[in-house]
Design a protein around this ligand. Structure first.
Ligand SMILES: Cc1cc2nc3c(=O)[nH]c(=O)nc-3n(C[C@H](O)[C@H](O)[C@H](O)COP(=O)(O)O)c2cc1C
Length: 388
């Protein structure tokens, strides 16, 4: 039976939404050899997700990875598959949205519909889907699948159309398109959320933005500095206007929050510069088709942040394209307030050691955002919670 009032916090009222990104993988969102780096131990992941859930953060976003980034740290060499990860995390939490990440060329729309409907029932309407079209051929080689780099977003859009039509219900249908020739499609159960679970997309290229404008309820992107926001948001708005839609935009951040600015800066330098896994960084850039080094050409994707520019150092241990929020609780909250003022709907956060660092973030930064009016204090009894 469907839930009459599904509650996905991604659709909630908070002006600036927050979530955890990439904690299902070792290394998290770093390319660092620092011994404190995230090992992606399952029990640590659960404990950290529960802290995020209790604090009222809006989402958990895992990454779909099939091969590590090599180098000495081989980050992502260990990663939990995201559908099964999110079904489990969904059962162990009570209010947070749990995303799953599906690679379009690897999962059929009917499989994806059933899997997302399952998680949506487990969580009473808190499932989210991150549709990714794939970019790293080496990851796909172990599936024997070739990414069509020119047509991947067209493929993704047709995938999305079949997937969402399935979840809308109705009579069986056949589908004959450019990428799929499918017979007698139907699925049961349908999702709790209507007409379908919340969809996010993380495209950066113009085609990726256009895909998001048509298919996504949230667009995640790469931004390393707020100076990049006006042009990016204007371009995204132009894509959305074509389809008469408006989709909130999120960025991916990395947080180092400490009582003093010096401690935070030092720790960022420690893991991202002193303990950088330069080989892992080089692998990433090689696969992405970009050169290594400050000032390198990046096909329009901003990979360098203020630390790199100011110091001339490479900070190769920071994941390329992450927005660094490094400083005191006031500094981190101020960064987020500036993001909100620039028109961003929220950001994902990552920590070198998620479990060790999230309590301080939740105790010090989240209340500041509440006092700024960007978030409401978490309610005692989450609507839609039937799991306990
Ligand atoms: C927040 C976020 C999450 C992403 N998750 C994944 C993922 O799980 N698996 C993956 O292969 N790529 C992932 N990507 C990469 C995107 O799919 C995409 O390739 C990237 O944003 C660049 O966009 P473009 O390919 O349109 O240039 C993610 C990107 C972002 C910003």
């Amino acid at each position: 039976m469907s839930d009459p009032d599904p509650t996905n916090p991604m659709r909630g009222p908070n002006r600036f939404k927050l979530g955890i990104f990439s904690a299902n993988c070792d290394g998290g969102l770093t390319m660092s050899l620092a011994p404190e780096r995230w090992r992606a131990d399952w029990d640590d992941i659960v404990a950290m997700c529960r802290i995020a859930d209790d604090a009222g953060l809006e989402f958990i976003l895992p990454v779909a990875k099939w091969r590590g980034y090599q180098g000495k740290a081989n980050i992502y060499g260990r990663s939990y598959e995201t559908l099964t990860h999110s079904a489990a995390i969904g059962a162990l939490t009570k209010r947070i949205c749990v995303f799953s990440t599906i690679h379009v060329p690897l999962v059929t729309p009917a499989f994806g519909a059933k899997a997302l409907a399952t998680i949506d029932h487990v969580t009473h309407g808190r499932a989210g889907l991150n549709i990714v079209c794939g970019w790293n051929q080496e990851e796909f080689d172990l599936h024997g699948v070739t990414i069509d780099q020119d047509r991947r977003y067209e493929h993704g859009l047709e995938w999305f159309k079949v997937w969402s039509k399935l979840l809308e219900g109705g009579p069986e249908f056949d589908w004959k398109g450019e990428f799929f020739d499918l017979k007698r499609l139907s699925t049961d159960p349908l999702s709790v959320q209507k007409p379908r679970p919340l969809v996010m997309s993380a495209g950066f290229s113009p085609k990726g933005r256009d895909f998001a404008a048509q298919a996504a309820d949230a667009l995640f992107t790469t931004m390393t500095d707020l100076e990049q926001a006006p042009a990016f948001l204007a371009d995204v708005a132009a894509h959305m206007a074509r389809y008469d839609r408006s989709v909130p935009v999120y960025v991916m951040g990395h947080v180092v929050c400490r009582p003093t600015r010096a401690e935070a800066d030092d720790f960022y330098h420690y893991f991202a510069e002193e303990h950088a896994d330069a080989d892992g960084q080089a692998y990433y850039r090689r696969q992405r088709g970009t050169k290594v080094g400050v000032g390198a050409a990046t096909a329009g994707r901003p990979l360098e942040n203020r630390f790199m520019r100011q110091s001339g150092k490479r900070y190769d241990g920071a994941y390329p394209g992450t927005f660094p929020m490094v400083g005191t609780p006031d500094d981190v909250a101020a960064d987020m307030a500036r993001m909100a003022a620039a028109g961003l709907a929220g950001c994902s956060v990552a920590f070198l050691d998620y479990l060790k660092e999230i309590p301080y973030f939740v105790a010090e930064v989240v209340p500041r955002l509440e006092r700024m009016g960007l978030r409401a204090p978490v309610s005692a009894a989450p609507a839609g919670d039937r799991s306990r």
